[in-house]
Write a protein that binds this ligand. Sequence first.
Ligand code: FAD
Length: 291
Amino acid sequence: MQVPAPFDYKRASTLAEAIALLRECGPDSRVIAGGHSLLPMMKLRLARPEVLIDINHLGELDYIKVDGNTLKIGAMVRHVTLQKSHLAAEYYPIFAEAEEQIADPLVRNRGTVGGSLCQADPAEDLSAVFSALKADIIIAGGSGTRRLPISEFHTGPYTTALNPDEILTEIDVPLRSNTGSAYEKVERRVGDWAIAAVGTMVRVDDGLISEAGIGLTAVRADHFRAKEAEDSLLGRSPSTEAIVEAASLAARHCNPFADQRGPEDYKRHLVEELTKRALSRALNRSLPEVH
Ligand SMILES: Cc1cc2nc3c(=O)[nH]c(=O)nc-3n(C[C@H](O)[C@H](O)[C@H](O)COP(=O)(O)OP(=O)(O)OC[C@H]3O[C@@H](n4cnc5c(N)ncnc54)[C@H](O)[C@@H]3O)c2cc1C
């Protein structure tokens, strides 16, 4: 049986207390949210924190709300809450679509949105979703609060821009008029990690694409993003030709490698096909005006 190395446990009741504990306990301490990524890593001895700081009682980070033109999602929102949120789905159906395909109910009941983003696993679905939506990440720590575009939050596989005394507190997603979104994933069996997946967000104003986001999962795209493909869509009418060209660019500019889930060329093929489908579906969705 695999067991973690010994560790101390402290429970925080507020965000301020959690940050104070991180500072007091130093860089060998880690926050634990749902524990679905951290505990397996501790059991495999891939992580050996000396102190775990439990943030599960931080109700102040558990909300999904609209504030002005922004959808705000607290870091402690569980996957299942985002999956079932009518508010999130009203503006961005991509959330429910992606969440329905993340793991299984056990993981979704406990795992958090913040934990997913901080784990920064290249095969993690929500990082691609929030990248497609061009979200901002809000971080709190000993030196105050800061905001980062998601493209600057993930610094590489399993690494983020968080300092040891910092906590991800919120994800801010701009609300956009005339915008559709969609998520397409291929997995070996229900509940598995993606072989490849694609999230899209497209805004059309006066018949032309004015904003586009394409997030890629499990194919080692830079910052989970297909930037060349996004740029190719801007100013174009939403035609089949534009979609096909963007899909081809997304497939060309990602970096998949062969593993037990499939060879490289198969994963590139999936990216191309899933990008076409996700862009087409996003473009066919009409969403509410944002005031
Ligand atoms: C069987 C299984 C199948 C899975 N399948 C999928 C899948 O198909 N798709 C997918 O995307 N994911 C999948 N996952 C991953 C799952 O989504 C994550 O494990 C989970 O969401 C992580 O959240 P958590 O709250 O459990 O994080 P934890 O395990 O508690 O923490 C993960 C890391 O983030 C840090 N952390 C957590 N919260 C914060 C915070 N607010 N601020 C700073 N640091 C923080 C922790 O210190 C730790 O380093 C699967 C997991 C399992 C166990």
